[in-house]
Design a protein around this ligand. Structure first.
Ligand code: GDP
Length: 432
């Protein structure tokens, strides 16, 4: 059956190393959309929306959950921790914020209790610091099971026999690893089985064919907003491997993770901070150590929402941004946290790198090269005034406007939105 798609799909995607403020950008765009979808990532992708001064933190659920009469979709590419999902739903209900309806893909994979134990045990045995955001969440092991074709999908939680069969095979192997390789306690079968069945019962009202829901919404002429998680430079294929996450974080992830074709995507909004941050390890050429980096961190509250860990801070990296805009096919840019740069006298912006004595204008895909990259900066004049109350582009100080226009020209993509504070009302929309 060919479903005609008269609706539109727009994708919000991070252009840096995550935490760009995608949640607030999606929230600002929300009034124009009926369906909010996520198709990759999982518990490692917290985003924050501030409404009337109140902070709402979501990990698995799309920000559309905070809007009345919207439909939210967790597509097949999301790794779902059922405990976390049910807790998030409960929190929203308790706060009177369960305003939207939720659809969970039957083919999304579930994070099982043994995935968390295996991730933790592996990290301990390797003395490894976690890549961004995957703190004991079971994401790596769940992802490995998915691609080894032995994962537990949400639909399996609804079928006692299939679940038993899957768990018997998987738990046997997981317990052998836990006890014989990592010297950890094995997980009892019955406890795990009954927990998984209870998840199935609780999630059953939400479970369906999410791809079909999206196609039907498009056929009805509705708008679908896809909320990306993490950032392009953390993409498992396109990012700074091995210091990446385990999914496709680029706009293309919307297609496989949701079940829509590339031609269905009408617009890609690339989100970037006015400076740059990175959580965890990996090359970060424009990282600013010392006082100036501390200043960005303090003013920008650059601490992980789940763990409180400090993020590394530095300056805008134009070769990296151009690369990210290119691989996403970004139609427009949303620049967040411009307010945080107020008071920086001359703002460094990386225009190229020096790698092994040569000037390089392109972002090197090889992490080894990027590790040796020394940034070459231009300096833009800063501004002193607090801009958090500005409501139009024209109200911004000239140097702030010049900064935005400079980025736009350097990346070659128009800026459609500027964030001057975390609140819904602190969003400046531009024609783009
Ligand atoms: P996401 O995962 O990309 O959605 O980003 P997060 O929500 O993890 O992190 C962004 C943080 O920056 C949140 O605490 C937001 O409230 C905050 N934020 C977003 N945009 C702005 C902005 O324009 N100015 C300021 N000061 N904070 C912002």
């Amino acid at each position: 059956m060919v479903v005609s798609q008269s609706g539109r799909v727009e994708v919000v995607v991070g252009l840096q190393w995550g935490d760009e403020g995608k949640g607030r950008v999606a929230d600002a765009l929300a009034p124009g959309f009926d369906v909010f979808a996520r198709g990759q990532g999982g518990a490692n992708s917290g985003h924050t929306v501030v409404i009337d001064g109140k902070k709402h933190e979501l990990f698995l659920l799309p920000t559309g959950m905070l809007r009345p009469c919207k439909t939210c979709v967790l597509g097949s590419g999301v790794l779902i921790d059922p405990d976390l999902l049910l807790a998030e739903l409960r929190n929203l209900q308790e706060g009177g914020m369960d305003r939207a309806s939720l659809v969970v893909s039957e083919t999304a994979h579930a994070i099982m209790p043994y995935h968390k134990l295996l991730d933790r045990a592996r990290d301990r045995s390797r003395g490894r610091r976690r890549p961004p955001g995957s703190h004991d969440l079971g994401m790596d092991s769940a992802c490995a099971d998915k691609y080894a074709r032995r994962g537990v999908r949400i639909e399996d939680l609804l079928d006692e026999d299939i679940l038993r069969e899957r768990l018997e095979a998987n738990l046997d192997e997981a317990n052998t690893l836990l006890s014989k390789v990592y010297d950890e306690e094995p997980l009892p079968f019955h406890e795990t089985y009954s927990k998984a069945l209870s998840w199935g019962r609780a999630l059953a009202p939400y479970v369906c064919d999410a791809s079909l829901s999206v196609s039907e919404a498009l056929a009805e002429g509705k708008g679908v907003l896809f909320e990306g998680a993490q950032g392009t430079l953390l993409d498992v294929d396109l990012g700074t491997y091995p210091h990446v996450t385990n999914s496709c974080t680029a706009a293309a992830g919307a297609c496989t993770g949701l079940g829509v074709g590339p031609s269905a995507i009408d617009r890609v909004i690339g989100v970037l901070k006015a400076y740059c941050t990175r959580a965890g390890e990996g090359p970060f050429p424009t990282e600013e150590h010392g006082e100036r980096g501390d200043g960005l961190r303090t003013r920008g509250a650059e601490f992980d929402s789940a763990t409180g860990a400090a993020r590394r801070c530095g300056w805008l990296d134009l070769p990296a941004l151009r690369y990210a805009a290119k691989v996403n096919g970004a139609s427009s840019l949303a620049i967040t946290k411009l307010d945080i740069l107020a008071g920086v006298e001359r703002i460094p912006v990386c225009v190229s790198y020096e790698i092994d004595g040569a000037e390089v204008g392109e972002f090197p895909c090889s992490s080894a090269s990027l590790t040796r990259a020394v940034p070459r900066y231009e300096h833009l004049e800063g501004w002193r005034d607090d801009i958090s109350r500005c409501t139009s582009f024209g109200e911004l100080p000239k140097n702030a406007r010049d900064y935005v226009r400079y980025v736009e020209t350097a990346v070659g993509t128009p800026v459609s939105m500027v964030g001057v504070g975390p609140g819904r009302e602190q969003t400046i929309l531009l024609d783009a």
